[in-house]
Design a protein around this ligand. Sequence first.
Ligand SMILES: [Zn+2]
Length: 91
Amino acid sequence: MTVETKTFIGPSDIVALDFECTKCHSHLTCGVMELDRWIDGICGNCQEPFIAAYEKAYYKEFVSSLQGLIKPALKRECKTKMRFQIKVIEE
Ligand SMILES: [Zn+2]
C-alpha cells in the first residue's frame, strides 16, 4: 500500500527563510519581512557572505517578489484562498 500525503501552505504560512552558509554549512533563519538586510549578510561563524555577489540581483528580486506575495495575505486583503502544495519526502 502506498500512502500519499498532500501538504498545503498559504502565503501567510511562510514566516521565514533559511540560509545555509556555502562554506561552513551553518544556518541562519530570517523572518520574511526582515530579509532585505540579510542580502548583504555574512555568516556569523566563518564570515563568508551568505549570498555571493553574482547572485545578489536574483535574491533581491526573489525577496521583493516573496514579500509582495505575502504582505496582502498578512493584511487579509486577499479574498481568494490560494495555497501552495509542497512535496514532503519521507525517508
Ligand atoms: Zn559560514
